[in-house]
Ligand binder design. Sequence first.
Ligand code: NAP
Ligand code: FE
Length: 369
Amino acid sequence: MNINYFMPTRVVLGADCIFSNRAFLGGLGKKALIVSGKNSARANGSLADTVKALEANGQSSFLYDRVMSNPTVDCAYEAADAISREGCDFIIALGGGSPMDAAKVAALLALNRVEKPALFGAAFTTALPIAAVPTTAGTGSEVTPYAILTNDVARTKTSIGTPAIFPRYAFLDARYTLGLSPAITINTAIDALSHAVEGMLSVKASAITNALARESISVIAGCFGALGEGRAPDIGIRERLLYGSMTAGMVIAHTGTTAVHPMGYTLTYNHNIDHGRANGLIFAEFLKIIEKKEKDGSRRIPAILSALGMKSLDEFTAVLDRLLGKKERFETAVLEGYAAQAAKAKNIANCVIRLEEEDLLEIFKRSIG
Ligand code: NAP
Ligand code: FE
């Protein structure tokens, strides 16, 4: 075995975990920049609980609530400006992956002056401390060293990765996710599942990440029966999804993602398809190509199917088809462009099976052609 595992985030999960663990926040500084999207943090109670915990600690805060889905470079710089203007010394992110990622980049920019055009090429080693409160069960960003921003120069989404942006604390309270719409619940659950599955197919997979991935896959797949047809899952399912998403985040923190993510990014960038849905559209055909090419006896697909509790990839396809509903369709010429773009992503080389541009095109055509 060859293991090198680093996970510096303290994870606490449970009802009211922010207030009951407020002493952790107390050690981060005098004033917090709270980063959120427009509405959900107010509606789901995470903002009120955070402010209550800070006040009980004698700490103050300033709210930056302008993070949009698929956050832009400008948004991260605006949040960083608020840090210096307001004199904040730590950050609390409330929301899905979008506020968490914008907050992570703001935490980097607060300590490092980098002009916008140089952002994606910059090497960072320091950031303000971050606490993360995920309110979707999907990205696992609360335990990853990545932040993903829209990159208008490359016309896709680009990841910034440095251990400096591992959050210090992750507070997981499933009550905040109760109001997620059925569609966002499904899309984010598929995103989390894709992290765990891509992690098992990564050249960086280890015994520890595979154990976490199997746990995540079986927990998330075990929730699928409670999703779809407009159902609103109960708190028990919500908590399992949040836990499954966090464990999948612990996987990709080490393995990174492989081909599904860069392929999905092209659909999100060009057609505004939700991140998790974009992954879901191509997920099953990606696995089928891996199954066909997996000739080294490593039997990764059977291991993934076993964690899913499924007998075949056709069964997996049927489950995803039910959850995703009617799929988007695109002309081959359009998909050729997306395959060429995705083939340039560094994650592609991260897959245990080498996929060429023609393989990516085949996956796109079979999925949404
Ligand atoms: P999101 O873009 O953060 O949020 C999507 C929508 O859900 C927003 O409209 C948001 O509303 C709403 N929402 C959030 N929490 C809610 C709640 N509890 N109840 C009701 N509505 C709620 O979605 P996401 O899927 O979590 O994040 C996607 C982003 O994460 C993408 O940019 C993706 O590339 C990135 N990502 C990052 C990592 C990583 O490791 N860093 C991994 C995978 C994906 P408000 O705007 O009002 O909050
Ligand atoms: Fe993702």
